[in-house]
Design a protein around this ligand. Structure first.
Ligand code: G3P
Length: 218
């Protein structure tokens, strides 16, 4: 499973990339606003940090505007993925961009029908939002299970399921068990993945016992 980080915070991305476990980055207009910096500058820096796919989202809502913004964002770096909303205009733009060799991440997916449409439009990635469905009392993980199953039924569909709006490690583990290709994870959730109280306690007692021996490895 590929791990992307869902942030536009360059220093967070830099430190997570140093682990060698980061496969890509996703941003959205809200994350760019949170970073408080010009979008193009931020996306360029992120693309310099990671060679993996970096999603940059258009803000136009009409087809022509999306095509123009997509072309502009695509010039930032070869690893930019154009993020388009799951609307009729968005999927029309997706089809056109993919036909021209551009990578596309279709975002704001909340139903299996939408996921199927995005795959038919040739999207490189589909982003179903699990946390936001849970927030309104629906089952976000059911959407992942349905999408993975539908795509598996049609091997000609090459779209990768990119699980988005992840709120906690259980979302990630359930998605991995279902065989989702990618998870985009907030930095704080990535850091919790390392943590287990028995790891901390075990390390503490190993080091205490080691100290008693009076030895040092080097
Ligand atoms: O980037 C898209 C998605 O991951 C947003 O997550 O937490 O704002 O629902 P969230």
């Amino acid at each position: 499973m590929k791990f992307f980080v869902d942030t536009a915070d360059v220093s967070d991305i830099r430190s997570l990339a140093e682990t060698g476990l980061l496969d890509g980055v996703t941003t959205n207009p809200s994350l760019i606003a949170k970073a408080g910096r010009p979008m193009v500058e931020v996306v360029k820096e992120i693309c310099d940090i990671t060679p993996g796919p970096v999603s940059a989202e258009v803000t136009a809502t009409d087809y022509d505007g999306m095509m123009r913004e997509g072309e502009y964002l695509g010039r930032i770096a070869p690893n930019v993925v154009i993020k388009l909303p799951l609307t009729e205009a968005g999927l029309r733009a997706c089809k056109h961009m993919v036909n021209n060799g551009v990578m596309v991440n279709v975002t704001l997916c909340f139903s299996a029908a939408q996921a199927l449409l995005a795959a038919k439009a040739g999207a490189t990635f589909i982003s179903p939002f699990v946390g936001r469905l849970d927030d309104i009392g629906q089952d976000g993980m059911k959407l992942i299970a349905d999408t993975v199953q539908i795509y598996r039924n049609y091997p000609a569909l090459k779209t990768e399921v990119l699980v988005a709006s992840i709120r906690h490690p259980i979302h990630l583990i359930e998605a991995a068990k279902m065989g989702a290709h990618v998870a985009t994870i907030p930095p704080a959730v990535i850091r919790t993945l390392y943590k287990h109280p028995l790891t901390d306690r075990g390390l503490e007692s190993f080091l205490a016992d080691w100290k008693k021996t009076g030895q040092s490895i080097l």
